[in-house]
Design a protein around this ligand. Structure first.
Ligand code: MN
Length: 664
């Protein structure tokens, strides 16, 4: 970087230059503020040394440098330069307040509180984490500083005594990396993971990093070739590309993937990198996708539209995986430049350009973070208790689902209708007998996905089933079910009675439906049915409702090894055990041919109409004839057999842009 490490004058110049780069309103006032904090910190830490032997003040300066890409405001820069003065020097709260004001003091105190060690043993680590999250709820900037601080400490971890190295690396990997990811700070997350990996699993790190370095040349050639071919086809379609990048996977994610898949060498990981195409606006994203899909073969079901439905942390992009470059599938991400900046340094764009006096974030960002510190931490919670709450509600991934009225509900990933029911109201959970997801009856252990609309069917007087505990996800749900079940137990209940009660609950329901079951005769080949997302499972149709192709269906796990398939509105379903239901649908692929008058955003709008009806697009080939301005779209959808797709086709047919739409 061309500056002498010990030359603090030069470090200051560098810091000011960086601040100026990232800070549009940078002027003399801001310059003066940074200079003041810089020399104050320098004086206070004078004579102190790091484990590396460097002057201590190098550390806050480097931490501040880490912070710059997220475009911190002046108070955050000052606080970061001063973040260790309260703990490690004779500076007092009064001093900081007098010299730098209440806001900077608040941030410095926040960081110092997080860092303070008051407890011994494992309790101590939990306490640190608890404080981190309490601080986060108060002012997110404290966490930004803490992350920047942690990244610099990790980058110099080799100088720290060995027993401390492992502890710090472990805590960073388990707590700080997920926190960075949840905040949308992927660049921070990557750095924290790779540094921690290096110190926590030295041998594995060495092996993975050696192998990655060795394969780099070959990868580079491949990426360059892919970039060139992609830019050629996009240019031919007159799509303006801001940039095409080959994004390498970080070492720690390669390592975790190898472990998950049981690979012994890096060469077995095919997605060592993804191609990222940056364009200027979101309608160009969809056009680019169309061009990519018509030039290379997309792998069905690997297409993800995070532009229409962003991830809970706000991440937006189109993801698809195509075949045709070399032997392995290639992941392609398509997004706008703005979406990309957001993804790398989450708050950045929202922060610097809307530098309001009192708030550093625009409302969008704050809103996005709403779901984040939802942990209701109490100051008096014990460290262990807090940790439980935190790990339950923060460190796990979350999904967004909707009530039929369109209200948003956030739940842990893999949540079921039962979790949803309890998150609305305890009584709704207790009385839950069934659920409709996107209008279709689903079993109670169905895994909800992002964007689903969930409607809970209740019946007064029904009780929660202990078996629900086997599949519900959120700790809140578990607590509520257990709470209800415990209340049912009277203190006088003898253990045998309890046992009996349990058996009664689990006893199979009358089996009369089984008598009714028989194979549908007369049809030689059974239609393909997907049960719980799996194909080729043994199933039988039941005669109580004789499911017809095109109807909503549901599978029921029989006492034998197969499934009986009912129509979703079959009267017999009420007699059966809700826990044994599995989602099922006829697997039908329908092909269409359409012609539209082209306009900006057309494909996106039509894709959205289809997606909004819960229908997957399996194949898509979109081409525009620039001479006639007509767009030709050949596509296929995964049809569950329900008449919904016909409704969707009607809607598309009635669009003013539609010239022709036919089923092939
Ligand atoms: Mn520090």
């Amino acid at each position: 970087m061309g500056f002498a490490v010990h030359d603090f004058e030069a470090l200051l110049e560098f810091t000011l230059k960086k601040a100026q780069e990232y800070y549009p309103e940078f002027g003399e006032v801001e310059k003066k503020k940074i200079k003041k904090a810089f020399w104050y910190g320098y004086d206070k830490h004078a004579g102190q040394k790091r484990f590396s032997g460097e002057p201590y003040f190098i550390h806050p300066v480097k931490a501040t440098e880490n912070l710059f890409p997220i475009k911190p405001d002046i108070e955050t820069i000052q606080a970061c330069l001063l973040h260790d003065v309260l703990d490690d020097t004779d500076a007092t709260e009064e001093d900081i307040k007098r010299e730098f004001g209440a806001e900077v003091l608040f941030l410095v105190e926040g960081v110092s509180n997080v860092s303070k060690v008051q407890l011994k043993g494992p309790e101590r680590e939990l306490e640190n984490i608890r404080k981190l999250f309490v601080a986060m709820a108060k002012d997110i900037r404290v966490v930004f500083i803490k992350l920047a601080d942690r990244i610099h400490n990790l980058s110099t971890l080799e100088y720290v005594p060995e027993h401390k190295q492992k502890r710090i690396a472990k805590e960073s990997l388990e707590v700080y990396a997920p926190v960075a990811a949840k905040l949308g700070l992927f660049e921070f997350k990557t750095q924290i993971e790779d540094y921690s990996f290096k110190h926590l699993y030295k041998d594995s790190y060495q092996k993975v990093s050696d192998e990655v370095v060795a394969s780099r040349k070959e990868q580079h050639t491949f990426i360059e070739k892919a970039k060139e071919e992609i830019s050629q086809v996009l240019e031919a379609e007159n799509i303006e590309v801001a940039e095409i990048q080959g994004r390498p996977k970080n070492l720690y994610s390669i390592y975790t993937k190898m472990k998950r898949k049981g690979f012994s060498s890096v060469s077995e990981v095919f997605d060592l990198f993804a191609i990222r195409i940056l364009v200027n606006n979101s309608s160009d994203c969809y056009r680019t996708l169309g061009v990519i899909h018509s030039n290379w073969h997309p792998i069905p079901k690997r297409f993800k539209d995070y532009i229409s439905i962003p991830k809970p942390n706000g991440y937006q992009s189109l993801h698809t995986t195509i075949l045709g470059f070399g032997k392995a599938p290639l992941e392609i991400q398509i997004k706008t430049v703005e979406m990309h900046q957001d993804a790398e340094y989450g708050p950045a764009a929202h922060w610097a350009y809307k530098h309001a006096r009192h708030s550093n974030f625009d409302t969008d960002y704050v809103k996005r973070m709403d779901w984040f510190p939802q942990i209701e931490l109490e100051e008096e919670d014990s460290a262990e208790k807090s940790y439980e709450k935190i790990s339950q509600s923060i460190l796990e991934s979350r999904i967004y689902v909707f009530t039929p009225k369109g209200e948003i509900v956030t739940l842990p990933e893999n949540s079921t209708p039962i979790d949803f029911a309890y998150s609305i109201h305890t009584d709704i959970g207790n009385n839950c007998v069934g659920a409709k997801v996107d209008g279709i009856i689903k079993p109670l252990d169905y895994r909800l996905s992002n964007g689903s609309v969930v409607e809970i069917l209740t019946q007064k007087g029904r009780n929660p089933n202990p078996a629900w505990l086997n599949f519900v996800q959120s700790s809140r749900t578990i607590g509520k079910i257990k709470n209800y079940l415990n209340k049912q137990k009277t203190p006088s209940t003898a253990p045998e009675q309890e046992q009996k009660k349990q058996e009664e609950r689990e006893k199979p329901r009358p089996r009369f439906f089984q008598k009714l079951e028989r194979f549908i005769t007369g049809s030689k080949s059974k239609p393909e049915i997907v049960i719980g997302g799996e194909r080729n499972l043994p199933y039988r149709f039941v005669s109580c409702c004789k499911p017809k192709l095109g109807k909503d269906i549901i599978a029921y796990k029989t006492r034998g090894l197969d499934f009986s398939v009912h129509e979703a509105d079959c009267k017999q379903l009420d007699q059966l055990e809700p826990e044994r239901f599995l989602e099922a649908h006829f697997q039908i692929e329908k092909f269409f041919e359409a012609t539209f008058k082209d306009r900006v955003g057309l494909l996106k709008d039509i894709s959205k109409i289809i997606a909004d009806h819960g229908i997957n697009i399996l194949q898509s080939n979109f081409q525009v004839d620039k001479n006639t301005n007509l767009a030709y779209w050949d596509y296929s959808i995964e049809c569950t057999g329900d008449p919904e797709y016909k409704d969707v086709m009607k809607i598309i047919k009635s669009l003013p842009e539609t010239v022709k739409l036919t089923e092939k």
